[in-house]
Design a protein around this ligand. Structure first.
Ligand SMILES: [Zn+2]
Length: 89
């Protein structure tokens, strides 16, 4: 009886640990996604500075002849319509 209880609690303990690891991995994945998003910059010609893609209001995206992503957006600083390539910080 004693052994049986131990086995069951071990199994429960293991499941808890597995769940914890999964949650941590999920969190890390979400954090990484957030970092990736944060590090993409677009250029505002009116402000003459780089803005974070996550902060601007995205209107659309298209590819140029070289296959580079060209983003249409409203600048979060000046509120004007802009077009810019997406650049990794
Ligand atoms: Zn601007």
């Amino acid at each position: 009886m004693m052994d049986d209880t131990n086995v069951r609690s071990d199994a429960a303990q293991k499941k808890k640990v597995v769940d914890l690891i999964k949650r941590k991995q999920q969190l890390r994945y979400e954090e990484e996604q957030e970092i990736i998003k944060r590090e993409i910059l677009v250029f505002c010609q009116d402000c003459n500075e780089w803005r974070l893609e996550t902060l601007v209001e995205i209107q659309g995206i298209e590819e140029d002849f070289d296959g580079r992503d060209k983003l249409s957006f409203m600048c979060d600083r000046c509120g004007k319509f802009q077009q810019s390539f997406r650049v990794l910080k």
